[in-house]
Ligand binder design. Sequence first.
Ligand SMILES: CC(C)(COP(=O)(O)OP(=O)(O)OC[C@H]1O[C@@H](n2cnc3c(N)ncnc32)[C@H](O)[C@@H]1OP(=O)(O)O)[C@@H](O)C(=O)NCCC(=O)NCCS
Length: 147
Amino acid sequence: MMVDTLIREFDIERDYAQALALWERSGPGVHVSSLSDSRAEIAKKLARDADLFLVAEHGGAVAGTVIGGFDGRRGMVYHLAVEARLRRLGIGQALMAELERRLRRKGCRKYYLLVGPNLQAAIAFYEQFGFASMPFLIMGKEIAEEA
Ligand SMILES: CC(C)(COP(=O)(O)OP(=O)(O)OC[C@H]1O[C@@H](n2cnc3c(N)ncnc32)[C@H](O)[C@@H]1OP(=O)(O)O)[C@@H](O)C(=O)NCCC(=O)NCCS
């Protein structure tokens, strides 16, 4: 990495506000969800696999994030973002490399991510990291809370 950056696990007390602000200014590549990115939902995520939610710290502040997941079969990547003024310095690469190391250690052999088809920078980044696009339609459904 070309800047002095520490890759560490996310700490909700210390990092939540800064991470949310980073996601909000990260453009269309990071979809900020009022449900999934609420403090309560992030806490739920951390209760499951806190070791896959990483931040890059630079100058005492959050400069980048990535949220990983592993369900026992496949891994997932969400909210990879690097502060605009610190891009192209290897921070995104360092976050993904550490996430991949941790996924490998858990036995994960394949992982996925969602990226908009017009997000050239993100696609170029993921391709150089070894990802390839797959010919599937993504389908999703929200589950309402129990009454
Ligand atoms: C995608 C993103 C996380 C990359 O972070 P980064 O720290 O700038 O990436 P790195 O410096 O580690 O880049 C590693 C390599 O990826 C490729 N790459 C990164 N950004 C690129 C760009 N804008 N155009 C072309 N290639 C790019 C290059 O090969 C780069 O190596 P190089 O700089 O030596 O040429 C960052 O651009 C970002 O936060 N974008 C906005 C949020 C977003 O879209 N996230 C993806 C969600 S799907």
